[in-house]
Write a protein that binds this ligand. Structure first.
Ligand code: SF4
Length: 605
């Protein structure tokens, strides 16, 4: 099969035993790879109802047919598990160089199960996997760990490592890979904590296998045709990175601030991409073979944090540590981001959890004595200290480490009403109130509060009716199919959306044909997306997810945006109900949100 290594590696870290499973053409064509393979493998491997930290839970790393080809943004992989934050199916994608190197091992997926007796790192080569003792690495940061392992294994080996937060089972622990030109982080859903529970400090990959294309000439033609839209569409990303979004989204009245009490932030300019670029930009960084270079390294040249050199905080991070906390100290955003990267934590969940804590303190539901450090709106010093405490579960950090929802449950009987989360996953910076497509999108997302299930991008386009619920269930279904296909190919979302389109369409079928040789039409490719969504839903319904869980944060359903250009917008329960009815009907699920045997049969599941 062109486009595939053709093998899946299963590793039991309790015993070190390896098993190699061939990838059939039927599996590849029906699920593509990445997200699709991970959904199938997890549904088969993880028994229903097990705790995320049970050795029976699995972590799957998966690449796709497009990984390590010539398509811009191809060095992208998916890591998936049952999430300790949501208790449901979860996948997170990341870039850098690791994904391309993993493809060169000849394994399309690596399934990690069991629990090692001592800390180890998992060394994966073309020959399989071995466990390497890693006691000396336990407690070290993600970057130190990557550097220490590369010093032993060589610079051509790529390493994905967890930090102290993963070891301390922080429910939103992240993992990171470092390469001289660009880092990659799989942040969301706490999958790094699942690796921590297995005492796996890192996974390394090295190999030399090449991914051959079925039709290189057709691929060349496709890429030539798409070069202009790709480079035009990513101009702002190339110049500023994702922080370019701060200004336009604030202007729309859709930038959550002060724990979502408002959706404008008066100090947005101070934390905008333009302003931070002017003061902090040091150099551009890019994933392997990507012409966009949306990554930036910042250098803080003045003030208390002078001398700090670190990765630029992404738009979502600026929202979480900036506007949501009422914090306009831009250098502190870079420091908070850097701390989260090194300690291994998701910035969205960390910031939104702190935003809840801020409001709870203001209401007197949490006392300063409980929190242990001075903290309130705009207090960036308190923010930085609490981030450090969370990673090692020190003091109040022990409660923050369980995420906003669990913290709220232990705070006050009404406190979960203040939490900006769906299915216990804290929401990112694309408004659930001001973008009606995100309302139904978040409510039905397999992951919960993720903007990579249903995409906000089309909803920001001029002419898109973001205010009306009409047509939004149809939009969410189509967008979810697109993200499932995109994450199965696996492609970077920025290069794919801007270069090849926002929905499953002809450019993607041409891409699949050029890589694999399969004559796949748009409908067949769209059905791949639908199949992946149904596999994820099957995983979640097996864990008990039903219509009652497809809800939005209380504030989104009951408190209209108070002022600004989106004033009055929210998604009341009856409107959500109406959209859910339509959404389930489109999906062929029953009224409780459970996939029907008829629809599953039609999808070959
Ligand atoms: S657009 Fe950015 S994140 Fe995507 S592959 Fe290129 S450098 Fe990496």
């Amino acid at each position: 099969m062109r486009g595939y290594g053709g093998r899946i590696l299963h590793v039991d870290v309790t015993t070190g035993r390896n098993r190699v499973e061939p990838v059939s053409e039927a599996m590849a064509r029906s699920l593509l790879g990445g997200n699709g393979f991970a959904a199938r493998l997890l549904l088969d491997a993880v028994p229903a109802g097990v705790d995320a930290y049970d050795p029976a839970n699995a972590v799957v790393f998966a690449v796709g047919p497009v990984t390590d080809t010539v398509v811009p943004g191809n060095s992208r992989a998916c890591v998936a598990s049952k999430s300790p934050l949501t208790g449901l199916f979860f996948d997170s994608t990341f870039g850098g160089r690791f994904p391309a190197t993993m493809k060169r091992t000849g394994f399309d997926a690596i399934v990690i199960e069991g629990c090692a007796a001592e800390p180890v790192y998992l060394k994966v080569t073309e020959a399989g996997a071995e466990l390497v003792p890693a006691r000396s690495l336990w407690g070290r940061s993600t970057r130190d760990t990557v550097q220490a392992i590369q010093a032993v294994e060589g610079a051509d080996t790529d390493v994905m490592a967890i930090g102290p937060a993963g070891e301390h089972l922080v429910r939103f622990a992240a993992m990171g890979t470092y390469w001289k030109n660009r880092e990659g982080f799989a942040g969301r859903g706490g999958i790094a904590a699942v690796l921590g529970s297995k005492r796996v400090k890192a996974v390394t990959v090295s190999g030399t296998r090449k991914t051959e294309l079925a039709d290189a000439a057709s691929m060349k033609k496709l890429l030539e045709e798409r070069r202009e839209p790709l480079m035009t569409g990513t101009k702002a990303l190339t110049t500023y990175g994702t922080p370019f979004l701060v200004k336009p989204i604030n202007t729309l009245g859709a930038l959550g601030s002060f724990n979502l009490r408002r959706e404008t932030f008066a100090d947005a300019f101070a934390i905008s991409g333009e302003e931070m670029h002017a003061h902090h930009h040091a150099r551009d960084t890019t994933c392997l073979k990507c012409p966009v270079a949306c990554g930036k390294q910042y250098e803080i040249r003045e003030g208390e944090l002078q001398g700090l050199r670190a990765k630029m905080p992404e738009y979502e991070t600026i929202f979480a540590f900036g506007s949501m906390l009422g914090n306009a100290h831009s250098a502190s955003l870079t420091r908070a981001n850097d701390l989260c990267d090194l300690l291994g934590m998701d910035t969205i969940s960390m910031g939104v959890t702190l935003a809840f804590a801020c409001e709870a303190i203001e209401r007197g539901w949490l006392s300063e004595r409980e929190v242990g450090v001075p903290f309130g709106w705009g207090d960036w010093r308190g923010m930085l200290r609490l981030i450090e405490m969370t990673a090692t579960r020190e003091g109040f950090g022990n409660r923050l480490a369980d995420g906003a929802w669990r913290l709220a449950e232990s705070t006050h009987p009404d406190a979960t009403r203040l939490v900006y989360a769906v299915k216990r996953l804290e929401l990112p910076a694309h408004s659930a109130r001001a973008l009606k497509g995100m309302s139904i999108g978040y409510a039905t997302a397999s992951r919960g509060g993720s903007h990579h299930d249903t995409r906000p991008t089309p909803q920001y386009a001029p002419g898109y009716d973001r205010r009306s619920p009409d047509g939004k269930p149809e939009f969410a279904v189509r967008s979810q199919h697109f993200t499932a296909v995109d994450d199965s190919l696996v492609l970077c979302r920025f290069t794919s959306e801007r270069g090849f389109g926002l929905y499953v369409d002809e450019p993607y079928t041409r891409m699949v044909r050029a890589v694999t040789g399969w004559d796949m039409g748009v409908d067949e490719l769209e059905r791949v997306g639908e199949r992946v969504i149904n596999l994820e839903r099957l995983f979640n319904t097996r864990e008990g997810t039903r219509r009652k869980d497809d809800v939005l944060p209380w504030r989104v359903m009951h408190e209209p945006i108070p002022d600004g250009p989106s004033a009055g917008m929210h998604c009341p329960p009856d409107e959500l109900d109406m959209m859910l009815d339509r959404y389930y009907a489109l999906r062929g699920w029953d009224a409780d949100g459970v996939p029907t045997p008829e629809r599953l049969g039609a999808l070959g599941l």
